[in-house]
Design a protein around this ligand. Structure first.
Ligand SMILES: Nc1ncnc2c1ncn2[C@@H]1O[C@H](COP(=O)(O)OP(=O)(O)OP(=O)(O)O)[C@@H](O)[C@H]1O
Ligand SMILES: [Mg+2]
Length: 192
């Protein structure tokens, strides 16, 4: 499903990712482990396409140049030049580290916003599925998302990513700052 070959990312002259090779097959769960600044976030930003947006922004502000080399093939197609929205459309969805939610909107509104590409009926079905996977979120539907605990917000972020019906779900530090109980719940959702 995903084949990454000799992927290199530079921030100006600094090498953030040096010749990475990775294959992910359908149905596989692959963990990427590395020390701080090893390049995990850079990898996920590059796979999701966010790096292209970062590159455009950096270019506009006259900041450091971001260069990406190598190949990323998704379902057989070379996607390295695809913008983020096109990748989302094709099922590549990233839940970022401390993923931003809409704090002033309710949990339910956040979930619906995340499903903006889908029909009302699909959203309704997916909401049922989401609350089955994350029963903790169900009674919180009307609560402002900004008032949720860190762990609950993390769950909401993951649930929002699932609303987009990803075929390739990318998670950056999904367990960061969570209690062991919340970690177990999030991992259970990933392995479903
Ligand atoms: N926007 C940026 N501009 C310049 N350098 C960057 C930028 N983003 C990341 N880097 C550098 O790229 C390298 C990889 O960083 P990255 O955030 O991908 O690491 P990480 O493995 O996710 O680390 P952590 O475990 O701390 O999250 C680091 O040396 C970092 O300083
Ligand atoms: Mg990181």
């Amino acid at each position: 499903m995903l084949e990454v070959e000799n992927l290199m990312v530079f921030f100006e002259n600094a090498l953030a990712l040096g010749g990475l090779n990775l294959t992910v097959k359908q149905g596989e769960i692959v963990g990427v482990v590395g020390s701080n600044s090893a390049g995990k976030t850079t990898l996920l930003n590059t796979l999701s396409g966010l790096i292209n947006d970062m590159r455009t922004q950096a270019g506009r502000r006259g900041k450091e140049r971001i260069s990406v080399y190598g190949q990323i093939r998704y379902k057989g197609e070379d996607i390295i030049d695809w913008p983020t929205h096109q990748r989302v459309k094709q099922g590549i969805v990233l839940s970022r580290e401390r993923h931003p939610i809409f704090p002033e909107s309710s949990v339910l509104e956040n979930l619906k916003i995340a499903g903006y590409r889908r029909s009302k009926r699909e959203i309704r079905d997916q909401l049922t599925e989401t609350f089955r996977i994350f029963p903790t979120l169900h009674p919180l539907g009307k609560r402002k998302a900004g008032f949720l605990s860190g762990g609950e917000q993390q769950m909401l972020a993951l649930a929002m990513a699932l609303m987009a019906r990803p075929s390739l779900l990318l998670l950056d530090e999904p367990l960061l700052g969570l209690s062991p109980l919340m970690q177990t719940a999030v991992m259970a959702a990933v392995f479903i």
